[in-house]
Design a protein around this ligand. Structure first.
Ligand SMILES: Cc1ncc(COP(=O)(O)O)c(C=O)c1O
Length: 392
């Protein structure tokens, strides 16, 4: 699954060539400085309808920076889903705060009711993750956040190009983060971004990602940020990555259109198949369609289903899909059960989050690529129907 990478073409090649010829690969200056990173940030602001954007080196760096930008650190707690990517709890730990898990529901995104149950006096933020291209319940999560005075962070790593109630994912949270790693909708191999409308969060993020410097990247000569300096890290993006991403961003809507169309065709083709139940969608119009997930009745059936689909040659070059959401025999960093190095007392947590494990272990995942031909789409439909008939 490499949507953006599959569509790398002349545009990216030319953009990279221009930067190389300029000999100015650094984002703030160079012999023939072009400020491609600044331009990419402007394009991100326009696409996501945000006041501020900061390009960084990865999605993990973006999460770390965004949380620090919000002022989160030691003594704080941050709620995140039991099903996301290990980088999410990693980023919380990196700030000095404590990650707290909340279950996902049958959308496989955060269950707002469980989030509400996990709030303590120390909780400062909720991280909503639009998992596998499906919008989280932003209305429900916003309600909980408001009720308890918490920040809402949107992790758009797996949902770029999607929307919720007609507005882009990434435009809702107090701060939103993107990843441009290879498997993401658009990519430069690695990369990330932070989006926000709040000046203080922006300024703190800007400083943190650039070793605490209180002046760089801020428009206007001699302008200084309005906040007190504090130590930072170096998560600055370079001009080569920005050149690729600027071109990739122009392709995002086209990619979503292709992927969604393929997903809808496969979904239509297998709907009504006895024994399968589709993942619930918080906003069917807003998903990007990179995955088609359905539940079967038992974990054994799910594993058998996956193996039978693979035998029908429904697979990806990496071999990662078709997949089962949680298979104890597969080490998968998306599921909390594999985060024992971050969360002590895992056997207690496994009992506490039976809702998540119950759903994920019955969830069969298909990958939906923008490259599927009509024949590929039909192959997917035929295989699911054949396997369902044989084993359910
Ligand atoms: C939901 C989610 N959050 C964060 C990340 C971290 O992004 P990166 O790999 O760019 O650090 C990823 C993916 O890798 C992800 O899928």
């Amino acid at each position: 699954m490499h949507p953006g990478a599959s569509f790398i073409g002349r545009e990216e090649l030319h953009a990279v060539e221009r930067v190389l010829k300029s000999k100015s690969l650094y984002r703030f200056y160079g012999p023939h400085f072009m400020n491609v990173t600044g331009e990419f940030e402007a394009d991100m602001r326009a696409y996501f309808t945000r006041r501020y954007a900061i390009a960084v080196t990865s999605g993990t760096a973006a999460l770390h920076t965004a949380l620090v930008g919000l002022g989160i650190g030691k003594g704080d707690e941050v709620i995140l889903p039991t099903y996301c990517w290990v980088a999410c709890p990693d980023a919380v730990v990196a700030t000095g705060a404590r990650p707290t898990l909340a279950d996902v529901d049958d959308t496989l995104t955060l269950d707002p009711e469980d989030v509400a149950r996990r709030v303590t006096k120390k909780t400062r933020a909720i991280v909503a993750v639009h998992m596998r291209g499906v919008p989280a319940d932003l209305s429900g999560l916003r309600r909980v956040a408001k009720q308890h005075g918490l920040f809402l962070v949107e992790d758009v790593a797996q949902g770029a190009g999607g929307s919720y109630k007609g507005k882009k994912l990434g435009s809702y949270g107090d701060v939103a983060t993107c990843s441009f790693q290879l498997n993401k909708m658009i990519t430069a191999g690695e990369g990330g971004a932070i989006l926000t409308d709040e000046r203080r969060t922006y300024e703190r993020s800007l400083m943190f990602h650039d070793v605490g410097t209180p002046y760089r990247g801020f428009s206007g000569k001699g302008a200084r940020l309005e906040i007190e300096p504090f130590p930072g890290v170096n998560y600055r993006m370079n001009e080569l990555s920005a050149a690729v991403l600027k071109e990739q961003l122009k392709k995002l809507d086209m990619l979503v259109e292709k992927i969604r169309a393929n997903k809808l065709k496969v979904e239509k083709g297998i709907s009504g198949t006895a024994g399968i139940e589709f993942r619930r969608l918080n906003d069917p119009q807003g998903e990007i369609g990179v995955s088609l997930v359905f539940f079967v009745k038992t974990p054994e059936q799910a594993r058998e289903f996956k193996a039978a689909l693979a035998a029908e040659n429904i697979t990806t070059p990496s071999g990662a899909y078709p997949g089962v959401g949680y298979d104890p025999s597969v080490n998968d960093g998306h599921v909390f059960a594999h985060w024992g190095h971050i969360f002590p007392g895992m056997s207690r947590l496994m009992k506490e989050h039976e809702q998540t494990l119950g759903l994920l272990s019955r969830a069969v995942h298909l990958d939906i690529s923008p490259l599927l031909s009509e024949e590929d789409v039909q192959d997917n439909i035929d295989a699911v129907k054949k396997v369902a008939e044989a084993i359910l």
